[in-house]
Ligand binder design. Sequence first.
Ligand code: DON
Length: 575
Amino acid sequence: MPADSILKHTVTLLLVLSILVTSARAEPGSLSESTTEPASSRNGMVVSDDRIATLVGLSVLKEGGNAVDAAVAMGFALAVTYPRAGNLGGGGFMLVHLGKTGRTVAIDYREKAPLKATRNMFLDKKGEVDVERARHSIYSSGIPGTVAGLSLALEKYGTMPLEKVIAPAIKLAEEGFSVSADLRESLLRAEDRMKKSAESMDVFFRNNGEPPREGEILKQKNLAWSLRQISRTGPRAFYRGAVAKKIAAYMKQEGGLITERDLASYEALIREPASGSYRGYEVHSMPPPSSGGVHLIEMLNILERYPLGRYGHNSAQYVHILSETMKLAYADRSKYLGDPDFSPIPTEQLISKQYAKRLANRINPQKPTPSRYVKPGLPVPAQGTDTTHFTVADRFGNVVSNTYTLNFSYGSGLAVAGTGILLNNEMDDFSAKPGAPNAYGLIGGEKNSIAPGKRMLSSMTPTIVLKDEEFLLATGSPGGSRIITSVLQVILNVIDHKMSIREAVGAPRIHHQWLPDILYVEKNAGEDLEIKLRKKGYEVKKTGSMGSTQSVTRVRGFFHGAADPRHPGGLAHGY
Ligand code: DON
């Protein structure tokens, strides 16, 4: 490595370490870690679910990198420090707003079904969905897209070499980092799935089958090796080189489907975002194969027709109109959405104002309309932090809004031998059988059936909102089916309810996804609301926290960041 490069690496790492030390002093470990420090700043803002990753992004900005450099560094760092959702073995979406041109682009690095995948691969002899096989097996993984996506973003829109932005991740994997209580708990929850994988157990349950205790240093040598390969030879290492060989060998040994050919054929894509307007604001979000952007804009178009600000935040009338709107959008999702490279998606129609007018006419302003196909007991498990979103804004006018995932916490639980790379279980996002719900209770149609090389439908909704061509808000969230509605409510809170970003992110959320016909309301939304909604005819279910939005706004030249208080350990940090 040339001397100046070594020097730059050292400077980056010293910066990260010094920030880590000062922040640890400033904020002794407590829930208040999910806060903003400082609350506003002119030069840039970084927000993520994980404080170490936020500080990595911040150090890149401080060194003169742009938002994309910082985001890519965070994407690699989260694979080390937030292994439940940060990943190399998963996929996601990145929205980039470019300060120079004012353009917004969408990078699609969603996983793809392997070439040997078949339509009915998750059906048992009776034709029922074999949930274990779809979610927790070697067949659960799509071809990973993260390394291709992050590399493409950096190559097109970044300013720093890959070697440089990946360096903090390598160091964190090699030298380790201090385990938080939250990380330990999440590992305990995933233990059953991880037990099937010698590599997962070796990395995370090394102490006689125990996960590391809070404060213990977790080193990930094999993951450091994988990151080093990528640092040396770029994404090639992952898709055609040493890492690809290990993934294919592991798959062969375990009887899985992903081959060297699958990996070599994977490509991340740049797509036009799904774009619309809401009360004079420009909204850009992720197009198919995510359902997020399309349904976000579809819902905003319907909601624009109602005086939401006048109803008041989380008033019964407000929640009624919101929930009826959500039902309409999620019903469309089940039929019209899938991979646009496999069948045409009526995006233009779904996000048109005319269509919204027609849908709004179907909303009874007083009462809920029962969802047509009621299937009581459809499982919709609590969803929170199995995916992760991060947002970066820089002083050059660039903004990155990125959501990526392994699907469940720690994906399938399986890790590729010798690489420390956890594998996604994203294949469950396909519709294994028409009408059968996936893990999030979402029902899909023909357009989301399994086919070789196809991308499974997602709900991830990284979003950027502009006003008069200037950046106003960027946000996104984990939460499975609840992602789209969480993002929607952050936007409504800012635009209709005039909340600050921290209020907008913290305010109690509601969710309806058409089927099951249940209105989910976060526990802290208040008894009174629940009583009024029941009176209107809703089946209301109180639920724990929904989503974990990581958001940035820019008001009068100042960036304001907010890590979602629903999740401990997040950090918004400006400079
Ligand atoms: O792409 C999707 O929509 C899902 N795989 C996301 C999963 C998720 O958000 C889990 N987190 N709570």
